[in-house]
Design a protein around this ligand. Structure first.
Ligand code: 9MR
Length: 400
């Protein structure tokens, strides 16, 4: 009995030692894992090979004081969980700036004819749209881009029908009251506004718009012409919100030295200097076809940003996409190079702080329905997976 007592005592002592060893091994393993995770986190901004899905593009942009953004399409606006939440997930993870693809255009904000279109009131505007956009962006700490106040396209049908019969003064009254109401409602909520979109064609102002009468007929103060009218648009937007950044936005104006680029630069400088328009910047839309994105083309884009910077303008990239079309010999790797080169060229300039891409994924892009035989224009593919382009942007951000 004595022997079995000793044996039992020894065995239980032995078991306790084994248990202690196991606990020690577990503790050591936990310590080792957390140490290696810590150093990975520290290296996350410096090691290009690491692709931690919780670290989005925005984290790299924030580190460099920049905003990388994207748009919210109508489908997602109507249902945040569209595509089982894939688009929402991309926006939340990768982007710290946002714009609505269509919903903040006049066709949506002023869908119903105001009782008096020459005295538009806040109550006439579909402010629910603005609220929903602002709530989403604020929830995810995103910079908010307002697109767009005055554009020849996507206007409500009542305006299409009535405007051809308006006098210049009526166009002035409508535009003024709309901009004042809209910018007053958005005061402090929207960070930057496209006050005027696509007002130029080649080397002159766009003709045949709903506001065209202002070019041939004076208002009651004798103001006539595009310059006068456009300058007022910016003044009214400033009157409504003294802090918001105000932009002229257009496409095919990116490469320095083309006739549209020359006209745009003359236009915005003259608007600011000769017409005292409070214009802060130019939005370079940047809808590119892959074979256009040569090194020379991208360096001319850099030159445009520099030239605008010399006159104290911000120059943001506002609608970037790079489409690949049937017949193009370029590959997704060429697209990666183009995205990388554009992001590093633009962001190496201090007067370019924001780049927005026009489509969270190839599933959410306007290209497929507008350019036959073209697609693949965004950094995520049709199944919401990251493409080489995504890593091009990421590398450019890390290298800044
Ligand atoms: O992405 C928008 C698309 O869904 C619309 O069908 C289209 C209609 O004009 O507008 C697209 O957005 C445009 C933007 O508002 C201004 N710059 C050009 C964009 C692409 O057409």
């Amino acid at each position: 009995a004595a022997t079995s007592k000793i044996n039992f005592f020894n065995i239980s002592k032995f078991l306790v030692i084994i248990m202690k060893c196991i606990v020690l091994v577990i503790l050591a393993t936990v310590l080792l894992i957390s140490c290696s995770k810590g150093s990975a986190d520290e290296n996350i901004f410096h090691n290009k090979e690491i692709d931690d899905i919780t670290i989005g593009l925005k984290n790299y942009a924030i580190e460099k004081g920049k905003f990388i953004g994207n748009l919210m399409r109508d489908g997602m606006f109507d249902n945040l969980q569209v595509h089982n939440g894939s688009t929402d997930n991309i926006l939340k993870t990768d982007y710290n700036a946002i714009v609505l693809g269509n919903k903040m255009k006049m066709s949506n904000l002023l869908r119903t004819r105001p009782q008096d279109p020459f005295n538009v009131k806040i109550e006439d505007i579909n402010t629910d749209i603005i609220d929903k956009f602002v709530n989403y962006a604020d929830k995810h700490n995103m910079r908010k881009r307002g697109h767009v106040m005055i554009w020849y396209k996507q206007i409500p049908s009542w305006l299409t029908n009535e405007a051809p019969n308006w006098s210049a003064q009526q166009v002035y009254d409508f535009s003024k009251s709309y901009i004042l109401a809209l910018s007053a409602y958005c005061k402090g909520k929207i960070d930057e506004w496209d006050v005027l979109n696509e007002g130029i064609v080649n080397n002159s102002f766009r003709q045949g718009t709903w506001y065209d009468i202002i070019n041939t007929q004076a208002n009651i103060n004798g103001d006539i012409g595009y310059y006068n009218y456009f300058a007022y648009l910016f003044k009214w937007a400033r009157q409504g919100d003294s802090d918001v950044e105000l932009f002229y936005n257009d496409y095919n104006i990116e490469a320095f030295g083309t006739s549209k680029n020359n006209f745009m630069r003359t236009f915005v400088k003259k608007l600011k200097l000769d017409y005292s328009a409070p214009i802060d910047g130019v939005g370079l839309q940047s809808h590119f076809k892959i074979n256009l994105t040569t090194d020379d083309f991208i360096s001319r884009l850099g030159k445009t940003i520099d030239d605008l910077g010399e006159s104290d303008f911000i120059a943001n990239i506002t609608e970037l996409d790079i489409r690949i079309c049937n017949g193009d010999i370029q590959t997704l790797d060429d697209q990666k190079k183009a995205y990388k080169n554009i992001v590093s060229t633009a962001f190496s300039r201090d007067n370019c702080k924001t780049i927005l891409i026009w489509g969270p994924s190839d599933n959410d892009s306007w290209i497929n329905s507008h350019f036959e035989g073209c697609g693949q224009a965004t950094p995520h593919d049709e199944n919401f997976n990251k493409k080489p382009a995504y890593f091009g942007i990421k590398e450019a951000l890390m290298d800044l």
